[in-house]
Design a binder for this molecule. Structure first.
Ligand SMILES: [Zn+2]
Length: 164
């Protein structure tokens, strides 16, 4: 097919000539197709974002089961209960992330910092225990949060993410 306006060869499915920008369909059809495409790409972006948020939280939950097994093998029941709760919270938030990705990520960061702060108050040496896992966890959480903020800024509409 050739463009009726500039006669260059174009894809027959195209709705606007890529060379001279002439519309090849009615104005109404053009705007409805553009709108549909925008909605589709937003939908895809949202899906990717939700997937990455969910994966972040599930990874963090999984990482937190490592010290759990360590405490269990040492017979440190109290630490094991605390660690198991943290792992459970993150795995739960990971499941919630498919519904409310932003809120789930934010809750994850708050919970993690809170637990770390409280255990540091109770036992300052606890900061050192599993420090590598802690650093990895915080890195993942903030990376997820940054992606969330970027997504939100781009769409300037929080409802897209955390619609009830
Ligand atoms: Zn043209």
């Amino acid at each position: 097919m050739n463009c009726p306006s500039c006669s260059k060869k174009i894809n027959p499915k195209t709705i606007r000539c890529p060379y001279c920008k002439a519309l090849l369909v009615s104005k109404e059809k053009f705007s409805s197709v553009v709108k549909k495409r925008k909605e589709k790409s937003l939908e895809r972006e949202k899906k990717d974002f939700i997937k990455s948020g969910r994966n972040t939280l599930l990874i963090v939950g999984g990482l937190n089961t490592i010290p759990l097994f360590m405490y269990l093998s040492q017979g440190d029941d109290l630490s094991a209960i605390i660690q198991g709760t943290i792992a459970g919270i993150f795995l739960g938030l990971g499941l919630l992330a498919t519904k409310v990705p932003y809120a789930a990520l934010l809750s994850g960061i708050i919970v993690y910092l809170l637990v770390m702060g409280l255990s540091a108050l109770a036992d300052p040496e606890s900061i050192i225990s599993g420090i590598i896992i802690k650093i990895i966890v915080i890195y993942y959480l903030f990376k997820g949060m940054r992606a969330a903020n970027k997504f939100k800024k781009k769409h300037k509409n929080k409802d897209i993410l955390d619609a009830a």
